[in-house]
Design a protein around this ligand. Structure first.
Ligand code: GLY
Length: 405
């Protein structure tokens, strides 16, 4: 590979000629982590995103919850998520050390609770599946749940404690990753990008609207030639990759200083509906999330916010007193089998890093490690090998000149 160094306009080059080994499209947690890891390996990296606050990372609650988020028949995804969770504390510490910024990582565990007898029976069935797979989960009575979390409603009638499912603050993690990436030499370009395919291989990225960046043309198209393009645009990759947008709406509340209503993540079943509440050290309480299959739609709806807050309040009545700070909708990138797509895809030189669905934050580190290994000719761990995009055949990419992710 080319020796390490910040991608730059070469001496004597025309304005707009920015050279890179790798262009990463998408500046959410996945793209930022990929850019950072690639730069650490010595690649000259450009990270392209018009607005890194516009993607799913912005809405994510940051649950690191392989056990609590387990779904029947998803053992490959479980194995991948367990590997990611096992390494997350080290990954978060590395981001913090490289950036000088905290990530809000908290090893505080998760409590799943049931509001009525039907919910308790459903929770018990989930626990049986978790235990059959050897996962660590403990049955609690309603009283034990309230002892752990005194603000729970007296109607809570049982629960499951998962001591190993933790959390991180995705906004802080992303800020840390972007800073770490820049410190490692990654150049950021704030622009919309399209993958250019030339002679049957990815040849770089085109910026159809130009860029706000100083070295690049403003308001007219520019090209970023590169050997490799990493597509980490989440659900926006849907036109060329088998991912679909799965809308999630979340509300952010604020707990008064020194009066935190929850100590750990609480996931609730409320008359068969699911809700989660993720309390942060700084007093933020994230309430989420809907799961809606309605195409690329990021409108916040009154009904969804009403349902989330009603269910959160049914579990923790004090929620009614908290300040409502923000409501937000973003689209998760769902794949046909809920496993991500990580690996070469469609044409030589194109690496896919999308399809993380409900686990984008948790999987950002293992995805980035895998992408860096692939680009530099190394092996990926078996849990990631199962995510090879080839399992869905060749993406539509191969036949086109310019891909619009
Ligand atoms: N992982 C939680 C969610 O996607 O809503």
């Amino acid at each position: 590979m080319v020796p390490p160094g910040k991608p730059s306009t070469a001496p004597g080059a025309r304005r707009g000629d920015v050279r890179a080994d790798v262009v990463v499209l998408g500046g959410g947690v996945t793209g930022a982590a990929c850019a950072w890891r690639l730069a650490q390996r010595g690649s000259r990296v450009v990270l392209v995103d018009p607005d890194e606050t516009a993607g799913a990372s912005r809405a994510a609650a940051g649950m690191l919850a392989p056990v609590s988020e387990l779904h029947h028949g998803e053992e490959d995804l479980l194995a991948l998520c367990l590997r990611a969770a096992g390494g997350f504390a080290g990954y978060a510490a590395e981001v913090a050390a490289a950036s000088g910024l905290g990530t809000g990582y908290r090893a505080s565990g998760t409590l799943a609770v049931a509001l009525d007898a039907g919910d308790r029976a459903r929770l018990a069935r989930v626990r049986e599946v978790q235990q059959a797979l050897g996962l660590e989960v403990e049955a609690l009575t309603g009283r034990q749940c309230r002892r752990a979390e005194p603000f729970l409603d007296p109607a809570v009638c049982g629960g499951s404690l998962v001591r190993g499912d933790h959390q991180v603050d995705p906004r802080r993690l992303l800020a840390g990753l972007l800073t770490a990436a820049e410190r490692a030499g990654v150049r950021r370009v704030r622009a919309r990008g399209e993958v250019v395919v030339r002679d049957g291989r990815a040849a770089g990225v085109r910026l159809p609207d130009g860029s706000r960046d100083g070295d690049l043309p403003v308001d007219r198209p520019a090209d970023l030639p590169a050997d490799v393009v990493v597509l980490a645009t989440g659900a926006r990759a849907q036109r060329h990759v088998p991912v679909r947008p799965v809308k999630g709406q979340v509300a952010r509340l604020r707990m008064p200083a020194g009066e935190h209503v929850l100590q750990r993540t609480v996931r609730g079943l409320v008359r068969d509906r699911e809700v989660y509440l993720v309390p942060r050290e700084d007093g933020e309480l994230v309430v989420g999330a809907t799961t809606e299959e309605r195409g690329f739609d990021e409108r916040v709806t009154a009904g969804a916010v009403h349902d989330l807050l009603r269910d959160a309040q049914a579990l923790v009545p004090a929620v009614a007193e908290l300040e409502l700070v923000e409501v937000l909708a973003r689209c998760r990138p769902g794949s046909p089998d809920n496993l991500p797509l990580i690996g070469f895809g469609g044409v030589p030189g194109l690496v896919l890093a999308t399809g993380q669905y409900r686990n984008g934050v948790l999987l950002s580190g293992v995805t980035a490690d895998a992408v860096a290994a692939l680009v530099h000719g190394g092996d990926v761990v078996p849990e990631v090998a199962a995510c090879d995009p080839g399992r869905f055949g060749s993406p539509r990419a191969a036949r086109e000149e310019v891909l619009v992710p």
